[in-house]
Ligand binder design. Structure first.
Ligand SMILES: [Zn+2]
Length: 218
């Protein structure tokens, strides 16, 4: 399928070059290459479907803390509904921004541990057309390394923060864990594709979400 032409940023153009060199080298060493990418529309659908079981389990367990999902005391504290909504939006925006930064940092920190060139092989950026932050690795990684790096935000910000919400009974951390799990939907879609390439070397797509799997044909 033909990809839509678009102007690449300087960082993207360098990654395309780096990818071409690595891809050529690996193929000359006898690796067969498979492109594993997923469209943004499909990621959104997978994200919602994958979130449902987590959301149900989170909710069932959080009920055990006895913390109500609607906190009347907090609502009563603000006698003006507009102020309440403004504060809620403010908390949401700031929390989301922090969540995005930590999410991408966790990918980068984890993958850097497995890279020969450590942080020199990690790049962060933003895709303005779909307002998406990303972290990408310039070195091919084996299955376990790629998997651990891809799952780290879900484990820390999703499962870890959810555990904090259970211990503290905090509605804020409960909601944070739910949004963080939703935010890891793209990573979960990628992990599902990854499961079919356990013996492969995995190299991030230079410009789009997804990866290329390099497998020995013999
Ligand atoms: Zn991610």
């Amino acid at each position: 399928m033909a990809e839509k032409e678009r102007k690449l940023t300087k960082a993207e153009a360098r990654r395309v070059e780096n990818f071409a060199v690595l891809s050529e080298r690996l193929q000359s060493e006898g690796y067969k290459v498979t492109k594993c990418d997923v469209s943004a529309a499909k990621v959104n659908i997978y994200t919602l479907v994958l979130f449902i079981p987590f959301g149900i389990v989170y909710w069932l367990l959080f009920r055990l803390t006895g913390t109500p999902l609607i906190n009347i005391e907090v609502i009563d504290y603000f006698d003006n509904v507009a102020v309440l909504i403004a504060v809620a939006i403010g908390i949401y925006v700031v929390s989301s921004a922090i969540m995005i930064v930590v999410h991408e940092a966790l990918h980068g920190l984890t993958w850097a541990l497995f890279c020969k060139n450590r942080f020199q092989s990690i790049q962060f950026g933003i895709i303005p057309r779909n307002l998406m932050a990303y972290c990408t690795c310039l070195e091919p990684l084996d299955f376990k390394a790629y998997l651990v790096g891809a799952m780290m935000p879900l484990v820390v910000l999703g499962f870890g923060v959810f555990a904090v919400s259970l211990i503290t009974g905090s509605l804020y951390w409960f909601l944070f864990a739910n949004f963080a799990t939703l935010g890891a939907g793209g990573d979960m879609s990628i992990v599902l594709m990854l499961l079919g390439h356990r013996q492969a070397l995995l190299l991030d797509h230079p410009t789009e979400p997804g990866f290329y799997a390099f497998e020995k044909t013999t």
